[in-house]
Design a protein around this ligand. Structure first.
Ligand SMILES: *[C@@H]1O[C@H](CO)[C@@H](O)[C@H](O)[C@H]1NC(C)=O
Ligand SMILES: *[C@@H]1O[C@H](CO)[C@@H](O)[C@H](O)[C@H]1NC(C)=O
Ligand SMILES: *[C@@H]1O[C@H](CO)[C@@H](O)[C@H](O)[C@H]1NC(C)=O
Ligand SMILES: *[C@@H]1O[C@H](CO)[C@@H](O)[C@H](O)[C@H]1NC(C)=O
Ligand SMILES: *[C@@H]1O[C@H](CO)[C@@H](O)[C@H](O)[C@H]1NC(C)=O
Ligand SMILES: *[C@@H]1O[C@H](CO)[C@@H](O)[C@H](O)[C@H]1NC(C)=O
Ligand SMILES: *[C@@H]1O[C@H](CO)[C@@H](O)[C@H](O)[C@H]1NC(C)=O
Ligand SMILES: *[C@@H]1O[C@H](CO)[C@@H](O)[C@H](O)[C@H]1NC(C)=O
Ligand SMILES: *[C@@H]1O[C@H](CO)[C@@H](O)[C@H](O)[C@H]1NC(C)=O
Ligand SMILES: *[C@@H]1O[C@H](CO)[C@@H](O)[C@H](O)[C@H]1NC(C)=O
Length: 760
């Protein structure tokens, strides 16, 4: 629990008293041995994950000297993994519209060369400056699957701010402004005696500009989606520590790895201004750590052996699919959570771990509306079958209860098991064959793994009943050509046919592969489910809702498997997309703002592929493989020097009928409608669904009118919080308030995983 969070809420709410608000912690004393200061602050408290003032943690981590030998080795050893990143060429030379509206170009390879030159010239003063340069380079790809968090950046401290914010429109029509979420809670649940005022400046800078700049630390590519992710959001909060917490501004998601400064100063529209101390969470024991050198000797694993001794990554993942999901939380999946997540209505059909739930909108005007809330596509093995059953049971119940319309809410959905995305689509549109084209970057290591795996796999019958699990792993991987169908949904006949490189944008890519949904090994890749429409589920032939009676609502976070699902729903079924929130303007925005790559590999899995390709080769071939590029995958330095399991995006998604070879990641696609968040929507998710139903079916929606250039000339800007003010529903609201207030302490911890998942 974050140690000042509750005082932050109470402070803001009791502003009528003249006492200082938000944070009353004493300012740290400057120390020439900043790690000693952290150590004493650390031992002065009892929290399970202690927090200390941000400044002393920053000074401490900055005081760790650079190990040049290790830095050079690390830079060399990560390159073989970066080779697998499918979008290197498109990042370097993206389409003009992507550059104009989404993100700048970045040359990852040149960036690595540059960092290497700086190491050689002594330009980095310590581990942190070096580590952060590396982090920032990879982060600037804005690809949620591509991440490298060096030890210095993420293994010792995470940073945060104690004041969650929201960006809301007064009436759903005026351009949104930024407010402290505690003020929203005060307005809705407490009898506050002041009028909440918008935050107009942060650290002296225009608030919207400050937050747009800050938002770039997030994992998404789209700027409006990144802006949304700065803020408190019920859907993210519903995922607990597996989501991006209370937003990147407070250090949720990847916000925890960015330095927020020692303090943050808010200036409100009413002229008041407040300064809070920022904090750092201390992730390691500071016992006896009194200097940067001591910290270095204790927690920087320079020798490969460090990994075995418990390097910074909790577990080196060896498995591609959802089976790499946190086993620790598996048990939890068996017992369904008894209560709705904070701000959600009663659950009608309950799914596992709040990854999926069915709801109704309990209000006379919305009696025919059912809502399938899907904030994740499963990264937990025990949840796979219950996840599939939730849609099945909810759709059946909704139809029985006379529901005619379906809202699919994918807010906060960073992905999960790829085939759950296909399955959900097939449950809604059983007669459509999903297109879902994917391809890898074609490079020597991938080719060699394919040769070795395809040769081994071909010696055994393709059956789930193989007793040899190694064979099953190989046969169910991409690298056995028997896996997947070709672009025409026909089987491949050889590995060279599947690999068959072709050139786009100056780089080499494999041929198109599509998931074979009736593969006998499908349950091995799906975490255990058969896909609806195939095998024992081929009797699902009835489409439950017309496409026009379904709408998808997004908060922009939709990434990975969520984008696969979204592409099928929008392109193949013609379902409309409504995007919430966005920056403080009246322009059109995209619905999907997260990585549209269709498969992430953790580097640990790539390492095991390379090593197995050698080990499993026929004896007379082993030497050839072991002296090839595959020899570059033996070092464990990339793992022992990482704070979380590093990953790459290995597969591009491609649109049907597009011969340009441009990955979906680099296509800009507007939503059919944009709705602003209102303050009610940030405390009661039903308000979002009502707004969506109004826009899609009610003929009275508040879609932002775009005008000829995508901009309407002039819109009024939000000045007050708006909303219905103090609610008078009594006890129930006191419980909601309490539940929402508790969520202030949520910190991102990554408990979920998946083969199509973006780590928050
Ligand atoms: C604070 O500490 C740093 C070393 O960590 C030192 O360089 C600086 O001069 C100190 N500042 C003050 C005001 O004492
Ligand atoms: C620096 O890293 C190398 C490994 O690359 C290791 O052998 C050496 O002990 C490290 N030096 C220090 C001071 O930790
Ligand atoms: C709110 O507080 C004011 C005084 O500050 C009081 O007059 C009013 O009755 C209160 N309203 C509710 C609903 O408690
Ligand atoms: C100004 O607005 C802030 C933020 O809502 C609030 O905390 C403060 O009490 C307000 N000041 C006055 C004088 O009303
Ligand atoms: C499984 O098959 C692999 C590849 O042929 C072989 O190396 C391994 O020994 C087999 N394991 C068992 C338990 O049979
Ligand atoms: C693409 O493949 C060709 C043929 O193997 C090779 O010569 C070229 O270097 C490759 N291009 C890149 C960017 O790797
Ligand atoms: C899918 O896999 C099954 C065997 O696992 C095979 O019989 C079938 O031909 C494959 N379909 C396609 C389209 O590749
Ligand atoms: C999936 O289908 C196969 C046969 O096609 C069957 O053996 C297996 O039990 C099914 N799995 C589930 C979870 O229904
Ligand atoms: C399909 O068949 C299974 C039994 O094999 C049954 O449980 C299920 O309800 C059926 N589903 C539909 C949509 O008919
Ligand atoms: C491959 O080479 C490494 C050394 O680079 C060696 O340790 C390993 O035993 C070799 N494996 C095989 C199967 O030859």
């Amino acid at each position: 629990m974050r140690f000042t969070s509750l005082s932050a809420v109470i402070g803001l709410l009791s502003i009528t008293s003249a006492s200082p608000i938000l944070d009353t912690r004493a300012t740290p004393t400057n120390s020439t041995a900043p790690c000693a200061a952290v150590s004493s602050a650390y031992f002065a408290q009892t929290n399970p994950v202690p927090t200390v003032p941000a400044q002393i943690a920053y000074d401490c981590i900055k005081s760790v000297p650079l190990n040049v030998t290790s830095a050079k080795k690390l830079l060399g050893d990560i390159r073989p993994y970066i080779n697998w990143q499918s979008t290197l060429a498109f990042l370097k030379n993206p389409p003009a519209e992507y550059k104009q509206k989404v993100q700048d170009a970045v040359d990852i390879i040149a960036g690595l060369d540059d960092i290497e030159a700086k190491v050689n010239s002594g330009a980095f003063t310590g581990e942190y400056d070096f580590g952060f340069a590396l982090y920032q380079l990879v982060q600037s790809a804005h690809d949620g699957h591509f991440s490298l968090v060096p030890d210095s950046v993420g293994a010792i401290f995470n940073f945060g701010r104690t004041v969650p914010l929201v960006s809301v429109s007064e009436d759903g029509l005026k351009v949104p402004a930024v407010f402290a979420y505690a003020d929203v809670l005060g307005q809705h649940f407490k009898n506050i005696s002041y009028t909440p005022s918008a935050i107009v400046k942060i650290d002296g800078k225009d608030a919207a500009t400050f937050l747009e700049d800050w938002s770039q630390w997030g994992s998404l590519q789209d700027r409006d989606a990144l802006y949304n992710n700065v803020f408190y959001e019920l859907a993210q909060v519903s995922l607990g520590t597996s989501g991006s917490g209370t937003g990147t501004f407070t250090g949720g998601g990847r916000g925890r790895w960015a330095w927020p400064g020692a303090t943050t100063t808010f200036t409100f529209a009413n002229g008041t201004s407040r300064t809070i101390d920022n904090y750092a969470r201390v992730l390691v024991s500071m016992r006896g750590i009194d200097s940067g050198e001591k910290l270095q000797n204790t927690y920087f694993y320079y020798a490969n052996a460090g990994q075995a001794a418990g390097g910074n990554i909790q577990a080196v993942p060896g498995v591609e699919a959802a089976s790499s999901a946190a086993v620790a939380t598996a048990a939890a999946a068996a017992t369904p959570t008894p209560e709705s997540p904070p701000g959600y209505p009663p659950i009608v059909v309950q799914g596992p771990l709040n990854l999926i739930n069915g709801y109704y909108v309990d209000s006379p005007d919305y009696e025919d509306v059912a809502v399938l809330s899907v904030p994740n596509f499963v990264g937990n093995e025990a949840a796979e079958i219950p996840f599939q059953e939730t849609t099945q049971n909810f759709v059946a119940k909704a139809l029985k209860d006379g529901k005619k319309k379906l809202i699919v809410d994918v807010s906060a959905n960073g992905g999960g098991t790829i085939l759950q995305g296909y399955d959900l689509f097939k449950q809604l549109f059983p007669s459509i064959l999903p297109y879902g084209a994917t391809r890898f970057r074609a490079h020597e290591a991938a080719d060699l793994v394919g040769q070795s795996f395809s040769a081994l796999a071909s010696k055994y019958p393709r059956t789930l009943h193989t007793i040899n699990s190694t064979v099953l792993d190989v046969q169910s991987s991409y690298f056995d050509y028997h896996t997947d169908a070709d672009v025409n949904y026909e089987p491949f006949t050889s590995w060279p046919e599947k690999y068959s490189p072709r050139v786009y944008n100056g780089d080499n890519y494999t041929g198109i592969a599509r998931w074979n949904l009736s593969d006998v090994l499908i349950t091995y890749n799906s975490g255990g489910i058969n896909i609806t429409g195939y095998g024992p589920r081929s009797n699902f032939t009835q489409q439950p809702f017309d496409a026009a009676d379904i709408v998808i609502v997004y908060d922009g976070y939709c990434a990975s498997t969520c984008t696969i699902f979204s592409e099928l729903m929008r392109q193949q079924a013609g379902v409309k997309a409504i995007a919430m929130g966005g920056r403080a303007n009246a322009a059109a925005i995209q619905a999907v703002g997260g990585v549209k790559g269709t498969n992430n590999y953790q580097w640990g899995y790539i390492q095991s592929l390379a090593q197995e390709a050698v080990m499993l080769a026929a004896p007379e071939e082993a030497e050839r493989y072991n002296t090839s590029v595959l020899k570059d995958y033996y070092s464990d330095t990339p793992f022992s020097r990482a704070a979380v399991a590093p990953g790459v995006n290995v597969r591009d998604g491609l649109r049907e009928g597009d011969d340009s070879g441009t990955p979906l990641q680099f296509r800009y696609e507007e939503a059919d409608c944009r709705l602003y968040y209102t303050s009610e929507m940030t405390v009661d998710v039903t308000e979002i669904w009502k707004g969506v139903a109004d826009a899609q079916w009610g003929g009275k929606g508040k879609c932002v009118p775009y005008g000829p250039q995508g901009y309407r000339e002039k819109r009024d800007v939000t000045r007050t919080l708006g909303g219905s003010g103090l609610r008078k529903r009594g006890v129930a609201d006191a419980k909601v308030f309490e539940a929402l207030e508790k969520t202030f302490s949520i910190e991102t911890e990554n408990k979920l995983s998946g083969d199509g998942f973006m780590l928050p």
